[in-house]
Design a protein around this ligand. Sequence first.
Ligand code: SAM
Length: 260
Amino acid sequence: MSRHKHKKRFGQNFLHNPRVIERIVKAIRPQPTDHLVEIGPGEAAITLPLARSGARVDVIEIDRDLIPRLEALFAPHDNVTLHAADALTFDYSTLDPKPLRVVGNLPYNISSPLLFHLLDYRDHIRDMHFMLQKEVVDRIVAQPGSKTYGRLSVMIQYYCEAQYLFTVGPGNFNPPPKVDSAIVRLTPRPFPVQAKDDTLLSDLVKQAFSQRRKTLRNTLKGWLDDTDFEALGIDPGLRAEALPVADFVRLANHLHHKRV
Ligand code: SAM
């Protein structure tokens, strides 16, 4: 079979270092009873070691040029099912049995929308292990008060426990990307304070971070006033970057009650 020409539009940076692949598989710890879903198998660098665990593996690949090669590679593995599909619109609830364990060395250009699409299926997902740009993983796991704490940190941490596992340098990929990558583990769980309306929470967080240098009193003007902040014991003179996730949920729930 001819060599595959890497497509930039599909974010094709293929892993070639067996030590990194082994480290990723060790972090996932696939068990024969698991149901794994891999997004973007590329040339199956991670898929084959995952399949050897005996776990059931569903694989979603958008690039039709890769499909014949993948079919040939998966032929000896009857526990692998290939879907020639777009992971961004895929209906994960159709995959059984649940819960699913999602993995992927993700195309960087679609990582945020893909994360949010997958979060819609969080009730069916046990955990997710992703390779992303290191800078994105830094933002996902950031704590209040840090420069990288923002909308992505609040929304992902509301739905999941997020753990930075390890950094992977550009030399481990072909072709090498321009930046460092990192592996993150996301484990969906109910947040201790539940939002009454997830869309309202998301809108409020977006608004609060729309101007990072402004205080909550300013960014949320027209949404909440000083008496609202006072009722919750939250200082309106703070910036969004200082506010813990739970306080965003409390602000959103207060706003929800005001509106209904
Ligand atoms: N898993 C392989 C590896 O680690 O070597 C390839 C990783 S590469 C960074 C990203 C893979 O995702 C490519 O195979 C690409 O074709 C695929 N891909 C890109 N966009 C996709 C989408 N929307 N749905 C499914 N797969 C996609």
